[in-house]
Design a protein around this ligand. Structure first.
Ligand code: MEV
Length: 441
């Protein structure tokens, strides 16, 4: 039985003390603590680096770092690093990459790279007064911010615009100062939030000399993860006659287009459809040290931009060609954050040829589209379970500690049979009982 324990000052304890506490209250079995320690990195420097990433680390949680080769994107061939736990994802991406390699590859273009941040505030006085204050101070504050923006400007980024917006029709007194940024090769979260906090501080300092201090109340200053103007488009196209099916290709194309259309009109399907896209996107985002939660939040919000949650991708046939593509907002960086501090993220970027943020957007979007292509292709043909089976079987066998010989025998046995946990367990028992009986003879 675990004993539940409230604790104060946990973050200040060293790792051993934290683990001793964990073992006293939540992990009493020594083997569990041994397991935790088994996952520590033997190189103390690497472990210290990982421990530095977050608060209260007690161990490491490994995910496989994998490669999906043969991604032809705008004529360049990439081997794409992917970090993900779902067994079929890399196989599906690789399969689609190989198919589209033969059919001309992915065509990707960055449409825009604008990011936004906001100061959310309440103003209880005359709107004209706030507008005047904002307009009078705008240039002064932009100059005052130079020490914070100079470096970003040297890299081609900076503040693009600042605008006061009136939302008082939605909530009394509510205004927003909306900033647009170009953050060059970084995702820009630190840069944006610093600018917003500085600007808000200047306002709070200056307003009392301008009007009644009680009129202005700043509530929040934060970037937005909704970046509909940080957008990449990716498309594949091939003559219907080249599509990867044995049977009727026109019928296949029609079914594919219908499947994507269903994801446009049916939100239950749309969410799953888009989840399939994010399978590929998140894996590359993680492998390159980027923020997958930000990308997820932004992508799903974009999928609902028309007031209804819809498929991110589109498909159509046109003049005998099959066209499949999507537009997706991706706020990615190749400098800053984990991209430089996590050695595996650095390696991931190196495998991709150290791309710029815009190149990375194109690669990530292509993998998302490839993933979607594979999923829809399976769904409209044999279903997804068949393709998952080998991986699924492997995972079940891992669960039952199957030996290499048992694995080989069961892979052979399940070649033409349906895989599910009970069937695998039963067949494993048959093998194991047979072995015991033979040994007893
Ligand atoms: C599974 O992780 C993803 C799929 O469900 C996506 C889809 O249904 O399009 C296969």
């Amino acid at each position: 039985m675990r004993s539940q324990a409230y604790v104060e000052g946990f973050s200040k304890w060293d790792k051993n003390k934290k683990i001793a506490w964990l073992s006293e209250h939540y992990l009493r079995d020594e083997q569990d603590i041994n397991l935790l320690k088994k996952y520590w990195h033997p190189d103390k420097k690497i472990q210290a680096l990982h421990d530095g990433f977050i608060e209260n680390p007690v161990g490491n949680y490994y995910l496989p770092f994998s490669i999906a080769p043969n991604f032809l994107i705008n004529g360049e061939l990439y081997a794409v690093p992917m970090v993900i736990e779902e067994s079929s994802v890399v196989a599906a991406a690789s399969k689609a990459a190989k198919f589209w390699y033969r059919a001309g590859g992915f065509h990707a273009e960055v449409i825009s790279t604008v990011k936004t941040g906001h100061i959310h505030l309440f103003f209880y006085g005359d709107k004209n007064k706030l507008t005047r204050f904002f307009e009078e101070k705008k240039e002064i504050y932009l100059q005052r911010l130079k020490p914070f923006t100079e470096n970003m400007e040297r890299r081609g980024g900076g503040i693009l615009s600042v605008e006061l917006k009136d939302y008082t029709d939605r909530k009394a007194g509510y205004y927003v100062i909306e900033f647009k940024f170009n953050t060059a090769d970084s995702m820009g979260a630190n840069f944006i939030n610093t600018i917003l906090e500085e600007w808000a501080e200047y306002m709070e300092e200056d307003y009392p000399g301008y009007g009644d201090a009680n009129e202005l109340e700043i509530i929040m200053r934060i970037l937005s993860n909704y970046n509909p103007e940080c957008l990449v488009k990716v498309e594949v196209r091939a003559p219907v006659e080249q599509l990867p099916v044995a049977g009727n290709k026109m019928q296949y194309a029609r079914r594919f287009v219908d499947a994507v259309d269903i994801a446009r009109i049916n939100k239950f399907r749309a969410v799953t459809h888009n989840k399939g896209i994010m399978n590929g996107i998140d894996a590359v985002v993680l492998a390159t040290g980027n923020d997958f939660r930000a990308v997820e939040a932004g992508a799903h919000a974009y999928a609902a931009r028309n007031g209804r949650y819809e498929s991110l991708s589109y498909a159509r046939t046109e003049n005998g060609n099959f066209i499949f593509g999507m537009e997706i907002p991706l706020n990615l960086g190749v400098v800053g954050g984990l991209t430089r501090t996590h050695p595996m993220a650095r390696l991931g970027l190196k495998i991709l040829g150290d791309p710029s943020a815009e190149e990375l957007m194109k690669i990530v979007a292509s993998v998302g589209l490839a993933q979607n292509f594979s999923a829809v292709n399976s769904l409209i043909t044999e279903g997804i379970q068949k393709g998952h089976m080998k991986m699924h079987l492997n995972n079940i066998l891992l669960q039952f500690d199957a030996s290499e010989t048992e694995k080989q025998q069961l892979f052979e046995y399940f070649k033409d049979k349906k895989v599910h946990v009970k069937a695998v367990k039963d067949q494993l028992n048959v093998l194991r009982n047979k072995k015991t009986t033979e040994n007893d003879k």
